[in-house]
Design a protein around this ligand. Sequence first.
Ligand code: CUA
Length: 308
Amino acid sequence: MQNPESFQLPPQLATNAPDVDVLYNFIYWFSVAFTALITGFMLYFIVKYRRRPGVKAQPAGHNTVLEVAWTVLPLIFIVFLFHYGFKAYVRTAVAAEGAMEIRVMAAKWKWDFGYPSGRVEPSELTLPVGKPVKFIISSEDVLHSFFVPGARMKKDAVPGMYTSMSFTPAQIGTMQVFCAEYCGTSHSGMLATIKVVSQEDFDKFMKEGENFEPTAEVGATLYKKNACNTCHSIDGSKMPGPTWKGIFGRKETMSDGTTLTIDENYIKESIQKPQAKVVQGFQPVMPPYTNLTDKHIDAIIAYMKTLK
Ligand code: CUA
């Protein structure tokens, strides 16, 4: 964990972060100074011009110099803020030449990241340090918001359209991603991380692809990585989706009244087409997990079998 930039701000992990912090600190200290100054003058005048016997109040009259000053000085201040802020905004709104395009796909309640190669990874995005990235953000269901405090960046994921933002990771380490738009029951659990690595490690990561055996251990990691845990408990507690405790081989009644035994085929169908057969008493809210390959699904089934 990197040290925070200040008491109020997290570490600056992207190249545009200092711009935002300069503005933030400027406005902050400007406000602190003026609050102290104005309050000080008010207290001073309260005492100085208090009502005293024998002293009559005099109208203040007109002071052109003063009036021009308090109109023009704030104007200069606002123009400076706008100029600096707009420049900083444009640097993040317009991606640098040759930026790597990353798809950010939001759904209740998970983040999926798509690489230019077509590979999709849930919950963890790996990026090379120092290389500009353009994020193309979309939502499969409701409004979410892709928030990366380390980069001082946030953009809404809006259903039915694409939004974009861009930044360049400045140092090797981990950035936390939050959902910053209330999107339902597990909004607070809609988290992801951005792992910033060297270009060498990134190339290795892209080449390696996915080398794993579909074991229960891998299934357990996929359960967390794909945010299955935001809707399915493994201890029997009630959540938006059926619990995975004892799920394999369980008899369930579907919303259309039919009953079936949960087996490999049902699980696979429910991951790929969640709305096909919904267990009675649950809302049809699960998104399809198209990022999961057959091997992933095998691992998840192996994990489910261990949850007795
Ligand atoms: Cu997604 Cu809040």
